[in-house]
Design a binder for this molecule. Structure first.
Ligand code: SF4
Ligand code: MG
Length: 320
C-alpha cells in the first residue's frame, strides 16, 4: 500500500466572541497514491474546512487545533508558512467552484501559467511556456498557442474551469483537492469537466479529494466516499458499497434524495429537519433529531466511526 496522505484526527476550531466552535471534529482517513476520494455532505458539514485544513489554509478566526496531516512524509500542520506554500500549488493543487478564485482577471492566461511555474520550478521562461502549452492541450483547449495571450474573461465558464485544471496540473502534483469544481457550470458541461478530471487523475497518477454536496457527481469519479455530517465523517466506504448498501441512516437519506430516486418515491425520502450549526452544542449523535431510527443511547452518546461487518466504517450505534 502506498499511502500518500494520512489525515489523523484533524480538528478545526473557530474562535468567535471568546467562544470556541468546532467545525471539523477530529476526522481521520487515508488516501493512497492515485486514489480518488469523494467528500460528501450538506453545506456546513465541514467539507471545505477539511479541504483547507489539509493544506493548512484556514483563515482567522479559524485554526487547526489538533491532529496531524501526513503528506509525502511530512506533517503539514507543523510546517511554517514558506514551507507550506512550496507544497501548495506544487505537490498539492486546489480547484475551486469559482475559477476566478484562481485566475487573475488582469493577467493573460499564459502569464499566469508561466509565473506559477517559475515560482515553483527552476526553469527558463521558454521551458515554462512549453509546459503551459502541453497542459492546455491536456485539458482540450482548442488552439492553445492563441489562447495563451488571452484574458480570463475571453473564455466561457467551462473553458475557464479547464484552464484552472491546466494550472493545477502545471507542477505535476500528486494530489488535487477540488471543492465543488462544477457546481457553477451547466449540467452538460459539468459531466465533461468531471470526465476530464477523472481521465487526468488516471493518466497522471494523481490522487483526488473531490468535495461536493452531490453524491451523483462523486459516484462518477471517486473510488471511495467519506460522508460528512456536522464536522464528522459518519460513513467511509467504497463508492460501490455506498451506492448499493449504504449503512448510516444519513447516507441512506442522501441516496434516497437523489433526483433519480425521488422521482420514483416522491418526497418521502427527503431528510426532515436541518443539520445542527457549529454554534449549537449537540449531545449524543449529531444526527439524532433527524434520524427515524434513533434510540435512547443516540441522545446521550456520540457513536464512534468504526469498521462494521459490511466493510464500511460507520458512526452509528445501530449498525453492526
Ligand atoms: Fe440514528 Fe442513532 Fe445511528 Fe445516530 S447513532 S444515526 S441517531 S441510529
Ligand atoms: Mg463548501
Amino acid at each position: 500500500k502506498h499511502t500518500l496522505l494520512s489525515v489523523q484526527g484533524l480538528k478545526v476550531d473557530f474562535k468567535l466572541r471568546e467562544k470556541i466552535f468546532t467545525a471539523v471534529d477530529g476526522i481521520s482517513f487515508d488516501l493512497d497514491r492515485g486514489q480518488r476520494l469523494g467528500l460528501v455532505g450538506e453545506s456546513g458539514a465541514g467539507k471545505s474546512v477539511t479541504g483547507f485544513g489539509i493544506i493548512n489554509l484556514i483563515s482567522k478566526p479559524g485554526f487547526v487545533s489538533g491532529g496531524a496531516v501526513l503528506f509525502e512524509g511530512r506533517d503539514l500542520t507543523k510546517l511554517g508558512p514558506e514551507e507550506i506554500r512550496q507544497i501548495r500549488g506544487n505537490r498539492i493543487s486546489m480547484i475551486f467552484q469559482d475559477p476566478m478564485m484562481t485566475l487573475n482577471p488582469v493577467l493573460t492566461v499564459g502569464t499566469q501559467m508561466i509565473e506559477t511555474l517559475l515560482a515553483h520550478k527552476n526553469i527558463s521562461k521558454k521551458e515554462a511556456e512549453a509546459i503551459a502549452l502541453e497542459k492546455l492541450r491536456k485539458v482540450a483547449i482548442p488552439s492553445p498557442e492563441k489562447r495563451l495571450s488571452q484574458y480570463p474573461h475571453e473564455f466561457s465558464g467551462g473553458m475557464r474551469q479547464r484552464i484552472v485544471i491546466a494550472i493545477a496540473l502545471l507542477t505535476s502534483p500528486s494530489l488535487i483537492i477540488a471543492d465543488e469544481p462544477t457546481t457553477a457550470l451547466d449540467v452538460t458541461i459539468q459531466a465533461d469537466i468531471m470526465e476530464l478530471l477523472l481521465e487526468l487523475c488516471e493518466s497522471e497518477n494523481m490522487a483526488l479529494i473531490l468535495i461536493t454536496h452531490d453524491l451523483a457527481v462523486v459516484s462518477q469519479v471517486a473510488e471511495r466516499v467519506a460522508v460528512m455530517y456536522a464536522g464528522n465523517i459518519v460513513e467511509l466506504a467504497s463508492t460501490k458499497d455506498i451506492g448499493v448498501r449504504p449503512q448510516h441512516p444519513y447516507t441512506k437519506g442522501l441516496l434516497a434524495a437523489l433526483p433519480q430516486n425521488v422521482s420514483r418515491r416522491e418526497r418521502l425520502n427527503q431528510i426532515p429537519g436541518s443539520m445542527p450549526s457549529i454554534t449549537s452544542k449537540s449531545v449524543g449523535c449529531a444526527f439524532h433529531k433527524r434520524c427515524s431510527y434513533a434510540e435512547d443511547i443516540c441522545k446521550t452518546t456520540v457513536p464512534p466511526l468504526e469498521l462494521k461487518a459490511s466493510g464500511a466504517s460507520v458512526a452509528c450505534h445501530l449498525v453492526k
